[in-house]
Design a protein around this ligand. Structure first.
Ligand SMILES: [Zn+2]
Length: 101
């Protein structure tokens, strides 16, 4: 039996993504927030990276997830908010500890 497709929107690091300016780690061009969507099955290995909880229960089967990542217009690089956060945090640790957020 085919499961009904559910949808879930997730904001990743919303303040970091929407209220700060970010530069591409490759070419230093300004990054733009984009929305990614992907169907993930609860039983697939990818499922552990996604939150299947719903308002009062859990989703089963296929869920279409939407989440924000960054894209560089110049070189086309797509980077997750988590990865970019870690890169910037590392750079800040090296150069300026006061700039951490
Ligand atoms: Zn770039």
């Amino acid at each position: 039996m085919r499961c009904v497709l559910n949808y879930k929107w997730t904001f990743k690091r919303i303040i970091f993504s929407y209220f700060k300016k970010h530069l591409c780690p490759n070419c230093k061009e300004r990054l733009k927030v984009i929305w990614i969507n992907r169907v993930i099955n609860k039983k697939s290995p990818d499922a552990r990276n996604h939150d299947f909880s719903s308002f009062n229960s859990y989703f089963f089967g296929d869920v279409k997830f939407f989440w924000n990542e960054f894209k560089c217009k110049k070189c086309g690089k797509i980077i997750s908010a988590e990865d970019l956060y870690n890169i910037e945090k590392e750079n800040n640790d090296q150069y300026n500890r006061d700039e951490l957020y």
